[in-house]
Design a protein around this ligand. Structure first.
Ligand code: HEM
Ligand code: SF4
Length: 409
């Protein structure tokens, strides 16, 4: 389904290649017409994802448009349609904010491509082209309302979407280790911290992957959580690859605290010119400093999503994490708490301008409180709201609500 959507929505003209990929210049005499995007394309980037519950491993609610597969009796009977997610914001500008997508309806499998196209058309025609910071679909929907969007979309479609079907996401992480699909093919998801494929003295991951690549006949798939799936292996190949995994330590890649396995960091410094602080090189250390407490209070195997980015553009999807650090300046972060473990609720600012050295003294007591006082099965992101550390963010516009008193006590 993702491929069909992508094939249909990929621009038909060469303009993009001409501008961004050193493509051939389009002759001015041969005016190219783009059938969907027209002369002026979209106001801003536009992101699409497809997920199969109970796994929200592509973070559906961060995307402009997404489809949530509904399975009945082992078959996909259709998709819930979600619109208006997006995470980027600017520090100090409350008119910008992250927003979790709204689930607005349900469509049949054969309607998906049409629905995708029409959602794009509504944004093409109503998106704000005058202000780049207000140009994503999330602002079009926040300003006019999800009801307006649905009714406009239905006009473009010429038919109505069905009512949203029930669905349940458990988490937005990856499933590590081996799994076998219904065709009997094997897939191995390995943990790649921060998405960095490199060799260290104790763990020659890159060399190991290169050796696997020499014999592997299937795919390597990058996951949206920065991990790697060694995909599509036969029984025989699996045995061969398993041996290499043992040899190079890849078989133990996910023997980590559940918090580390639930972490994401953007590239930030030194690669990204927009970074205000470290992320990819810093988060492993920060998690290391929290692992002592996790161990002490028995939380080593409790998955708590933790994410760090070097700025509020949100590439590491921080605003959907249970704990998030967003760079403010060198060695300084805003700390957000209270995202939902399944990626359906944004978090909220808990402390501003936290220095690296303060992180443990702020988070250790909260982790301890969680271990002691959580309800049966209660996730960390839900607990910090119930316990009053932060208020819940219900919708995009209330993301910037004033920090609760308790945060400063
Ligand atoms: C260093 C190069 C990159 C730059 C300069 C960059 C820049 C940006 C900017 C400006 C935004 C904010 C968009 C908005 O609010 O409208 C953004 C958002 C985002 N980017 Fe990046 N990005 C980079 C690399 C990446 C990579 C490699 C990924 C993942 C494969 C990524 C994933 C995301 C995500 C998930 C968001 C948040 C969701 C959203 O609002 O779209 N970015 N990025
Ligand atoms: S979130 Fe990270 S990668 Fe994205 S623009 Fe900011 S510093 Fe760069």
């Amino acid at each position: 389904m993702s491929q069909e959507i992508s094939d249909h929505l990929t621009p038909q003209t060469r303009a993009y290649h001409e501008i961004w990929l050193d493509g051939e210049k389009v002759e001015s005499s041969e005016e190219e017409v783009e059938p969907i995007y027209g002369r002026t394309y979209l106001p801003r980037k536009f992101k699409i994802a497809v997920a199969l519950p109970p796994s929200n491993d592509v973070d559906i609610f961060a995307n402009d448009l997404s489809f949530i597969a509904i399975v009945e009796d082992g078959k996909v009977v259709g998709y819930n349609v979600a619109v208006g997610g997006g995470l980027g914001m600017t520090h100090g500008d409350e008119k910008t904010f992250p927003r979790a997508a709204d689930v607005i309806g349900f469509c049949l499998p054969e309607q998906v491509v049409d629905v995708a196209e029409k959602v794009v058309l509504v944004q093409r025609d109503y998106g704000d082209r005058t202000n780049r910071k207000h140009a994503r679909l999330k602002y079009t929907i926040e300003d006019r309302g999800a009801d307006w969007f649905l009714s406009e979309l239905q006009k473009y479609l010429g038919y109505d979407l069905e009512k949203v079907r029930e669905f349940d996401f458990e988490d937005n992480g990856d499933r590590f280790g081996w799994m076998t699909d219904d065709r009997g093919r094997h897939h191995y998801t390995m943990f790649v911290e921060g998405g960095r494929v490199l060799d260290t003295e104790s763990y020659p991951m890159r060399t190991g992957l290169r050796e696997i690549a020499r014999v592997h006949e299937g795919d390597f798939r990058l996951t949206a959580n920065q991990n790697l799936v060694i995909a599509d292996l036969s029984d025989e190949k699996r045995a061969e690859v398993e041996q290499l995994m043992e040899e190079y330590g890849i078989a133990r890649s996910h023997e980590q605290s559940a918090m580390r396995l639930s972490s994401i960091a953007c590239v930030a410094l030194p690669t990204c010119a927009l970074a205000l602080a470290e992320a990819e090189r810093k988060l492993p250390e920060v998690i290391g400093s929290l692992e002592g407490k996790l161990e002490d209070v028995g939380l080593r195997h409790d998955a708590i999503t933790i994410r760090m980015t070097g700025c509020p553009n949100g590439c590491g999807r921080p605003f959907l994490a249970e704990i998030a650090f967003v760079g403010r300046g060198p060695g300084k972060y805003n700390l957000y708490l209270g995202g939902a473990h399944n990626g359906m609720r944004l978090n909220k600012l808990y402390r501003q301008d936290v220095k690296e050295a303060e992180i443990r003294s702020i988070l250790d007591p909260i982790l301890e409180d969680y271990a002691k006082s959580r309800n049966e099965g209660e996730k960390f992101g839900d607990f910090v709201i119930r316990a009053g550390y932060v208020a819940a963010t219900e919708w995009g516009g209330d993301f910037h609500e004033k920090i609760k008193e308790k945060a400063f006590s």
